[in-house]
Design a binder for this molecule. Sequence first.
Ligand code: HEM
Length: 356
Amino acid sequence: MKGLKLLAFLVIISLACYRYWRCRVENKVEDEYWAQIGCQSPPRWSAKWPLGLKKVFKGIMSIKDGAVLQFLLEEYEASGTTHEQWLLGSRSDLGLGHRTKNFAPLLGSGIFTQDGPAWKHSRALMRPQFASNRYENFEEMRKCVEILIDSFSSSGAVDLQPLFFRLTFDTATFLLFGKPMSSLRSIEVASQESEFAKAFRIGQGYLSKRAQLGDLYWLADTPAFRHACRTSRRFIDQAISQSLETVDTKQGEDKKQYDFIDALIQETHDMKVLRYQCLNILLAGRDATAVCLCWTIYLFSRHPHVLAKLRSEVAAVAGLDDNATSPSRELLKKIKYLDCTLKEVLRLYPSVPVNN
Ligand code: HEM
């Protein structure tokens, strides 16, 4: 046993030495290249420990403490906004880097994990969802918001975060399946949604840890992670099976609406392809929007004059209460202060603060 431990230790040390040596050689080659073309090399991320180990450790701890932005701010202040980083001896040029392999257990192959022609194809499938000014979209979202407001208790205090996640779960599933899964309405779906939400959150936590580890991403793999991936898959598979069952009846209908799942099903009935495409869109449509809503309300409570100004703009452009005009893309464009407010919220508290 002692011998085995020693062997493992020696293997790790040798790997670390090899990576360290590789970094130095590649840095030298790069420096020569920059000198040859008369260009300055990007500043390197200052790291005191070899292989940026201290940064990796600090980064992981910041995720644990929910302080990633603070960590990044300190790092950028120390190294500048443009710099080159080699963490654990690995570096990725512009592109998805290790994302495809890292995200695979939870997100398989979908718009977030694809590159090149596969990504282009997913993008084309998604485009009609955003291209048209669909009345049904606004109408369905209005209903989801009304249900959200009805669910507030009259006692005063309300924890909005889980409600926003359910709201955006509904709006995202509407975009995907043409109908919201109505987690705010039905207790049965709400409990399935919360099981899925928990699993998806655990899964995403692992993806983030794996991203920190560079090409050693595979080290962050546990039964809990695999279980979370299975639960997420099971949930989405059920919704897809329902769509597959109804696909024949839908074909006879004169459908005005474009649902992402219908477009996918026209191409394939392969469960794996359908599942991962849907999980990718669910991730895209649910989390970033819910997080943005949470921060917006938080900031409104601290800056009530912004809320008052926004409210008067909405009243002037669209009207309030029963007299309000139904939302449309044209109408939203006229509410300029809303656009500015959301942009400022995203600037201060970006929903997606790190991209690879
Ligand atoms: C406040 C809300 C949102 C924010 C801040 C946001 C932010 C982002 C960011 C930063 C990316 C790039 C991620 C990356 O590849 O690294 C992205 C991609 C994407 N988002 Fe959003 N998003 C929001 C809402 C939505 C919604 C509601 C949908 C609808 C389903 C959506 C669909 C997508 C899709 C499909 C992609 C992948 C695009 C591609 O790779 O071509 N997003 N979003």
